[in-house]
Design a protein. Sequence first.
Length: 96
Amino acid sequence: MNGRERKIVFVSGTGTGIGKTFVSAILAEALQADYWKPVQAGYASITDSDWVRNELSNNRSVIHPEVYRLKLAASPHISAQQENIHISLQKIADAL
């Protein structure tokens, strides 16, 4: 942990377009914190991680890659089912 205490902030909300990514970018910028969205469900030209990366001005935040990128813009379990992908919690935990 490079001498830094590790604290986790979990941003959650129901629905698309309610501001979870926007709030996450504000928090990452203000706290100079890392950003990680382990499952990206639905993306057009850029992912949420790409968007957050473009919005940050500090050089301390690290944008960690998604473990899963799903095409369908829906709840991750629905997107994964439609794409015949099993989301493994162990795989996500291992990426931490």
